[in-house]
Design a protein around this ligand. Structure first.
Ligand SMILES: Nc1ncnc2c1ncn2[C@@H]1O[C@H](COP(=O)(O)OP(=O)(O)OP(=O)(O)O)[C@@H](O)[C@H]1O
Ligand SMILES: [Mg+2]
Length: 459
């Protein structure tokens, strides 16, 4: 099926053929762009080009096969259809093996060209749609996102790109929820190590023996309970990145062992006498200010200096407030997609909260706020000051209830004092008889409780 309006690039050094083919493609509903040479065509092709390319093989300068090879570098999924003359069939078959989409032999019928273009276009549309879905999913999972336009964040991103490929270990400092893991993840993602493992280990909350075997691995029988050989996280991250979270909580003896690994770049799994070389980048994260000897506490200073070759500091969110709207917007969209809800309109109260709050939980707290706001579960977005009409309503409701209670008490007191005499009670209260009876009913008061004084007919 032809897909109206889709661009097709047609390359041929024969001007007449260019004109005729352009017309054929147009009639089939395509938007052809024709070029007399491969070089000219290349300038119009980028990785997301939504159409396909049809090119003659034999042309002066770059051939159609050269063009195909260049396009493969730009976007390996971009369909290229080769047009061959006599004797080029072998070349074309070779190109098909290399991933060219199709070939048509000259002279060809218009129908044959359109049929090939239709199929190529269908494939292209699918590829692009899948890419879009994948990108959306990535955005949704927040995987790719390292957002922030505050100067400190721009600088941080630039630094991460700059050192991603350098084999230096990195220490990431920042308050809880400020994005330390995001930084570690990008150091890995933007490095040549990205095709290998990113291995994370939280050093807090695990018993020392567990961290040790987690980190270094062990042979079967290395200690009681070690039935099988276990590859440690360090070895697992060979070629990749080892992320040590909450490094400040790492037990002292392990700090010593880790320091040895960092210096020697080799490991010795428990229960072996073997030494294995290891190629890894360590990214350690800490909430503590390890540069300050007081705050460092029992953390080994030599390990600190070893890790401190590069330290990346994440500013707390309250020191980059200009990023709050950007982050909040992205989190709202992501939450809405995840929960299958519409993206909520920002309310004045939500805005006030964004502006006034101090965000001790940093970006994570903002993320959770966005999720609750999307679900309509954000009490923070409720007005905090008395000048809001919403609040006035609420206190009014309280007033009405108080007045009601006061009225009921008053009626009971008067009835009591008058021994249940309704007429006298009505006189004292100065209300119409009907109103009096209505009020008794509404407050659930029965006159009989207050003695046998003469009743007054409610009329
Ligand atoms: N710059 C950012 N752009 C987009 N999302 C971010 C950014 N910074 C943090 N986040 C998100 O905020 C949450 C908290 O970030 P992260 O886990 O990296 O914080 P952390 O500093 O490691 O926290 P903790 O100290 O508690 O371990 C994550 O969901 C993360 O995706
Ligand atoms: Mg973390």
């Amino acid at each position: 099926m032809s897909q109206p309006g889709r661009p097709v690039i047609f390359v041929d050094d024969d001007a007449d053929l260019r004109a005729a083919t352009a017309q054929t493609l147009e009639l089939a509903g395509y938007k052809p762009t024709v070029f007399p040479s491969a070089v000219a065509a290349l300038a119009a092709i980028d990785a997301g080009f939504p159409g396909c390319v049809v090119t003659d093989i034999r042309m002066p300068g770059l051939s159609g096969l050269d063009l195909f090879a260049r396009i493969k570098q730009i976007d390996p999924d971009l369909p290229v259809i080769l047009v061959t003359g006599h004797g080029d069939i072998d070349l074309a078959v070779g190109a098909l093996k290399d991933g060219a989409y199709d070939f048509i032999a000259k002279p060809y019928a218009a129908a044959r060209l359109i049929e090939a273009v239709n199929r190529a276009q269908e494939k292209r549309t699918l590829v692009l749609e899948n890419r879009r879905l994948r990108d959306d999913a990535v955005e949704r999972d927040g995987d790719l996102a390292f957002l922030g336009e505050a100067p400190a964040m721009r600088r941080l991103r630039a630094t991460i790109r700059q050192i991603a490929d350098a084999d230096v270990d990195v220490l990431v400092e920042g308050e809880t929820g400020s994005g330390k893991e995001v930084v570690a993840d990008h150091l890995h993602r933007w490095s040549r190590r990205s095709s290998r493992n990113f291995v994370a280990l939280n050093c807090g909350g695990l018993p020392e023996s567990v961290i040790e075997s987690e980190l270094f691995g062990h042979e079967a029988g290395a200690f009681t309970g070690a039935q099988k050989r276990r590859i440690g996280r360090i070895e697992h991250s060979d070629g990749g990145t080892l992320f040590l979270d909450e490094i400040e909580t790492m037990p002292l003896s392990l700090q010593t062992k880790l320091l040895r690994v960092l210096e020697s770049r080799q490991i010795e799994p428990l229960g072996t006498n073997e030494v294995r070389p290891i190629d890894l980048r360590v990214v350690a994260a800490t909430k503590a200010d390890l540069g300050n000897p007081q705050a460092r506490g029992s953390f080994r200073s030599d390990l600190y200096y070893r890790l401190n070759v590069v330290t990346l500091k994440l500013p707390p969110l309250r020191e980059r407030r200009e990023d709050i709207p950007l982050l909040f917007g992205a989190f709202l969209r992501r939450a809405a997609a995840r929960f299958g809800r519409p993206v909520p309109e920002l309310t004045r109260d939500a805005l006030a909260h964004l502006e006034r709050h101090d965000w001790p939980g940093n970006v994570r707290e903002l993320l959770h706020f966005a999720e609750r706001f999307t679900l309509g579960l954000a009490p923070e977005a409720v007005p905090a000051t008395g000048d809001d009409p919403g609040l006035a309503d609420a206190s009014q409701a309280g007033l009405v209830a108080r007045v009601e209670r006061f009225e009921a008490d008053l009626i009971r007191t008067v009835l009591q004092e008058e021994g249940g005499d309704v007429r006298r009670s009505i006189e004292r209260l100065q209300v119409p008889r009907k109103t009096f009876y209505d009020k008794l009913k509404r407050h659930g008061i029965t006159r009989a409780e207050y003695g046998n004084g003469p009743a007054s007919s409610p009329d």
